[in-house]
Design a protein around this ligand. Structure first.
Ligand code: ACM
Ligand code: ZN
Length: 517
């Protein structure tokens, strides 16, 4: 029974269950979509047709509702009957994904047989996310859909899209067309980490249209995944400011940034027009995403421009703020209130949050050595999402962030029992400065996504490496590049990390390809 993520409870029973031609399904109406999805998988994989019946006694496979929470499900294969009980539609989705793994419904098969078993399952954490940066390098709708499909198979449920940064603005905005005409186009990229002057001349361009987003949101909804948009501000905003430099303190921004790292050109916090500009953008972005959450970034803000800006200094003195961090807090509060009216809960990164930040803002913890800060905030009543660098940064080589660091991470460490509810969960972060193509994207993501799922679902099981091997069959079948060498025991490798930072950002994937292709 090789299942990822490990279910809460799994018992093997004596006997076997076999799916056969014309087996009948009885299904509670609420779960029809999932039962049909299951039947379609069975058909695709083994050519076996399942039928539907209204007679529970005539059924061999029974989908019904129990009184448990939404994400809960139970599967019992025993004495020739498959019983599936679900709390809600999400639970039923997860039950079908578990059945898919139990019966290996991704492989072509003649027989569908599984040992009898009893499974009771529900996630420990309600936020099991992945962040994808489509700014530094652009990934199109088809690639993002494939990421969504992979996430859904391991019961992850939030895809956080990083849509705006210094190096690219990646979502259609009608009111400000230059955001896309200028902000979505970059004329070159820094090649290695150690030299900001080494820049290639490749064009990097593209953005998600509103139609793309509607397609993506509905595709993700069918797979139990919520898409969370991020407009990172007031820093990490130079691509948009290259298009509309009047909203930056100096009124001048040369270009969509080609170097990595952060730009000093940030949104002016003193000009009223800046607030209108940003609210207009939020007004176009928010309605496209049904998600409860809206991410406002807030990380790594270099405040040099604010120090020398008359309007920013006036704003600070008028509001009697103590320093520029409070000015950022003020700015975020304006947008939080604006988004609150649209029913959104704002997420900010930990370095964008101060003592004065509204308690309703969710903190995403990422900075190295700030995991404790996350626990403190959770104990203090703030909701947190944990993405600590050394466990959850999937842009770095496995040689720096090995699989086991992701798998073994406990997001609730240091949080008191009464406050566990404040730990929403975990999020893996795939930044794309050095992820320039699909192969590298999937290499860095697979199999980290499996470790992330096991961590976020919350019941770390035995034999992860053995269970993982089965996932590799699936990746082979999908034709995706993955790191087949990664396993729980693999450690750090300084040599590779050094090469990655100083010479060749693709060193790890290239070494892998040399050996395995
Ligand atoms: C970050 O890595 N700048 C959140
Ligand atoms: Zn200013």
């Amino acid at each position: 029974m090789k299942i990822i993520p490990q279910p809460k409870k799994l018992e093997k029973l004596h006997g076997q269950f076999k799916i056969e031609q014309n087996d009948a399904i009885f299904c509670d109406g609420r779960f029809m979509m999932q039962a049909e999805r299951f039947a379609a998988m069975v058909k695709r994989c083994a050519g076996i047709t399942l039928t539907f019946t209204d007679e529970i006694n005539a059924a061999k496979i029974i989908f019904s509702k129990d009184g448990k929470p939404e994400e809960h499900y139970l599967i019992m294969l025993s004495q020739g009957i498959a019983t599936v009980k679900c709390g809600g539609k999400s639970g039923c989705f997860y039950a079908v994904e578990t059945l898919r793994q139990l019966f290996c419904l991704d492989d072509e098969q003649k027989q569908l047989v599984c040992d009898d078993c009893y499974i009771e399952d529900a996630p420990k954490f309600r936020y099991r996310g992945l962040m994808l940066d489509i700014c530094r390098h652009y990934f199109d709708l088809d690639t993002i859909k494939q990421v969504v499909e992979l996430m859904s198979q391991v019961k992850l449920n939030k895809l956080h899209l990083h849509l705006s940064d210094d190096q690219g603005f990646r979502i259609q905005i009608d009111k400000y067309p230059l955001l896309n005409q200028i902000g979505s186009v970059r004329y070159g990229s820094q090649i290695i980490s150690s030299d900001a002057n080494l820049i290639d001349d490749k064009l990097v361009q593209g953005y998600l249209t509103k139609d793309d987003i509607r397609t993506l949101v509905s595709y993700a909804q069918e797979r139990g995944i919520e898409i969370i948009p991020e407009i990172d501000l007031p820093g990490h905003f130079a691509a948009a400011l290259a298009a509309y430099p009047q909203y930056c303190c100096t009124g001048q921004v040369a270009e969509v940034r080609r170097q990595w790292g952060t730009s000093k050109d940030i949104l002016c916090a003193g000009s009223d027009e800046v607030y209108t500009f940003v609210c207009d953008i939020l007004d176009e972005v928010a309605p496209l995403f049904p998600s409860q959450y809206f991410h406002l970034g807030g990380d790594e803000v270099q405040k040099d421009r604010w120090c020398n800006c008359k309007l920013c200094l006036e704003k600070m003195s008028k509001l009697q703020l103590n320093g520029f961090d409070e000015l950022q807090t003020y700015m975020v509060e304006v947008f939080r209130k604006h988004l609150e009216q649209k029913g959104k809960t704002v997420i900010c990164r930990n370095d964008g949050i101060t003592q004065r930040t509204d308690k309703n803002i969710v903190m995403q913890v990422w900075k190295p050595h700030t995991a404790k800060q996350g626990a403190q905030q959770a104990n203090d009543g703030r909701k947190v999402i944990m993405s600590p660098f050394f466990n959850m940064y999937f842009d770095y080589p496995y040689a720096r962030i090995p699989l086991g660091k992701t798998l073994r991470y406990n997001p609730a460490r240091g949080v008191k029992k009464d406050n566990l509810d404040n730990v929403l969960g975990v999020e893996g972060c795939l930044w794309t400065e050095y992820v320039t193509n699909r192969d590298k994207l999937f290499f860095n993501l697979l199999p980290r996504i499996d470790a992330l799922a096991e961590c976020g679902w919350g019941y770390r099981g035995k034999n992860f490496n053995r269970r993982l091997k089965k996932r590799f069959n699936l990746y082979n079948g999908m034709g995706l590049l993955y790191n087949g060498k990664a396993h729980v025991g693999s450690g750090r490798n300084r040599g590779i990390v050094k090469k990655f930072l100083q010479k060749d950002a693709d060193v790890e994937v290239n070494k892998y390809l040399d050996k395995h292709r």
